[in-house]
Design a protein. Structure first.
Length: 65
């Protein structure tokens, strides 16, 4: 199980062996082109594998003109 945070919202998500950030983003309905992810406090690529007990923070990218 990993903890996924977006702002003040926190979810506990079960992960399968060898799951990646991209797998979790897809499962939770995030568009990976619209977010940046911190894994245990460090910004990581979507290919990064997860382990039980990891903490993920999903940060939405805000653009303007």
């Amino acid at each position: 199980m990993v903890e996924v945070r977006e702002g003040k919202k926190i979810r506990k998500v079960m992960v399968k062996s060898r799951s990646t950030i991209n797998d979790i983003l897809r499962e939770l309905g995030y568009n990976r082109e619209e977010v940046v992810v911190r894994l245990n406090g460090k910004i990581v690529a979507e290919e990064e594998e997860l382990s039980r007990g990891d903490s993920i923070e999903v940060i939405r990218i805000v653009t303007g003109g």
